[in-house]
Design a protein around this ligand. Structure first.
Ligand code: BES
Ligand code: MN
Ligand code: ZN
Length: 492
């Protein structure tokens, strides 16, 4: 989509649909009053009849019948004027995008309150809400796709910063789409090798360094926990490292670690059949990390970041890991396997240990780790756990700005007891109680003294119904959150 800015008046703008941000309680902006006059008071009539109230994300399409050059106006509710936030703009614009999936509509104009300050959120909403994954549909349906959008503003504020906001939002959304595409790809396509190929591809396009280890390399580095997960599958595991050096030469990097299980059948501890197809999304953490590196390089942020993706497929083949097996992780700690479906933490234990060799200032891991996190927080909040208050606060702040919400769960000492084994140093499952926290406690054993935060995206990586700027399917969660976090740390 081509997005441009113009200081032309909305009443003179030529387009097929003019999107008009409207408030509740008749507290309108000057542009609303102007357009209402040009449309002979019809907008007020709709409000008076309560056919349109301006409540958040409610929309109504109106024909202009020659009153203004735009053929139609899409009234878009933004809620109460005093309660307006970037997230509300993003949501409303996402709904606009989903509403305008109408064949034949190609050019739109958009008028929003708040001058240019919400441009970034508006562009994100429109782009993210317009996403679809249809590369496997062989029968082309009639194309419904907005091609050009002009954001109309009053020209009083700096247009240069708005141009920049549009550009940056585009870069970030491309990275979210990259992550959504990876997660949407089925397990027979998106294998560990495929993730490695994609990592090499983005490193070629952007200013990134990429290394891929295969089985032998991992064996040489004693990554037995990671390797044990891959034993039941014919797909070879991969260990992918992407590096971006945008900061000072001697500055410690921030390490991002993403769970890359390209399909999770549960292994010998096989999952129930219902909904198992969704387990192709068990590499959403990997996708978030790769997307983040892509965006950070695109934005040229002045930070050093290393992205680490341990990738494997969890299947119950003849060579598979079994309950009762004991493996030795790269850190030297031994792990009793009590449930082969708790595979993510095995793979992550070696990746987190490896991450420390990069001497990072902090480690953040992102993983579709536990069903328990979904039970605790539902489908629109990511679980946050960690050992460092400043790091957690930074992520909470980024969550606030981006709308990728996080909620902290406690990592109290007592939960660590759940992961102790009778025969090894640790066991890989502590049972159903406090499942999200005990999994995080398991990970904590592999981060040493490094500041560390863990994001459990089991609930947020996949959207079942579709809402505002998150269409049904892969959400690409984590990319915007981590990019915003890194942007803020770069400013410091
Ligand atoms: N990938 C799953 C977690 C998951 C569940 C992600 C639902 C997305 C939606 C993970 O590997 C897993 O199977 N976890 C187990 C852990 C248990 C065996 C301790 C779980 O949550 O049941
Ligand atoms: Mn599992
Ligand atoms: Zn899993």
């Amino acid at each position: 989509m081509k997005i441009s800015l113009s200081d032309g008046g909305p009443a003179d703008h030529i387009c097929q649909v003019l999107v008009l941000g409207c408030f509740e309680d008749a507290e309108q902006e000057p542009y609303f009053t102007l357009l209402d006059e040009r449309l002979k008071g019809y907008l007020s009539v709709l409000y008076n009849r309560k056919e349109f109230t301006g409540s958040l994300s409610k929309v109504k399409m109106v024909d202009t019948l020659g009153g203004i050059p735009a053929e139609r106006v899409l009234l878009t509710g933004l809620g109460k004027k005093r309660e307006l936030t970037g997230e509300k703009i993003r949501q409303a614009c996402g709904t606009v995008s989903q509403t305008l999936r109408i064949p034949g509509i190609q050019s739109i104009g958009m008028v929003l309150p708040g001058g240019l300050e919400h441009v970034h959120a508006a562009v994100e909403g429109v782009l993210l809400g317009g996403y679809s994954f249809d590369c496997y549909k062989t029968k082309q349906e009639e194309q419904a796709c907005v091609e050009t959008m002009t954001i109309l503003h009053d020209g009083k504020k700096s247009a240069a910063s708005a141009e920049n906001a549009v550009k940056e939002a585009g870069i970030v959304c491309d990275a979210v789409f990259f992550a959504r595409d990876l997660v949407s790809q089925p397990g027979n396509v998106s294998t560990p090798s495929y993730l490695a190929e994609k990592a090499l591809a983005i490193s070629g396009k952007h200013n990134l360094d990429c290394r891929v280890w295969d089985r032998e390399d991992m064996e040489r580095h004693s990554m037995e926990a990671l390797l044990s997960v891959a034993k039941g599958s014919h797909q070879p595991p991969k260990f992918i490292v992407l590096e971006y050096a945008g900061g000072k030469k001697d500055a410690h990097p921030i390490a991002l670690v993403g769970k890359g299980i390209t399909f999770d059948s549960g292994g010998i501890s096989l999952k129930p059949r219902e909904g198992m197809e969704k387990m192709k999304s068990d590499m959403a953490g990997a996708a978030a990390v790769m997307g983040t590196l892509m965006a950070v390089a695109g934005l040229k942020l002045p930070v050093n970041v290393v992205g680490i993706v341990p990738a494997a497929e969890n299947l119950p083949g003849g060579g598979a890991l079994k309950p009762g097996d004991i493996v030795k992780s790269m850190s030297g700690q031994t792990i009793e396997i009590v449930n082969t479906d708790a595979e993510g933490r095995l793979l992550l234990s070696d990746a987190l240990h490896y991450a420390q060799t990069c001497r990072p200032s902090a480690i953040i891991d992102v993983a579709t780790l536990t069903g328990a996190c979904v039970v605790a927080l539902g489908g629109f909040v990511t679980g946050l756990m960690g050992t460092d208050d400043r790091l957690k606060a930074g992520l909470q702040k980024a969550a606030e700005t981006t709308g990728e919400r996080v909620w902290e769960l406690p990592l109290w000492e007592e939960y660590g007891e759940l992961m102790k084994s009778d025969v090894a140093d640790l066991k890989n499952s502590g049972g159903p109680a406090a499942g999200a926290v005990s999994a995080a406690w398991f990970l904590k054993n592999f981060v040493g003294k490094t500041r560390w935060a863990h994001l459990d995206i089991a609930g947020t990586a996949w959207e079942d119904k579709g809402r505002h700027y998150i269409p049904k399917g892969a959400t690409g969660t984590g990319v915007r959150l981590l990019v915003e976090y890194l942007r803020n740390t770069a400013l410091k």
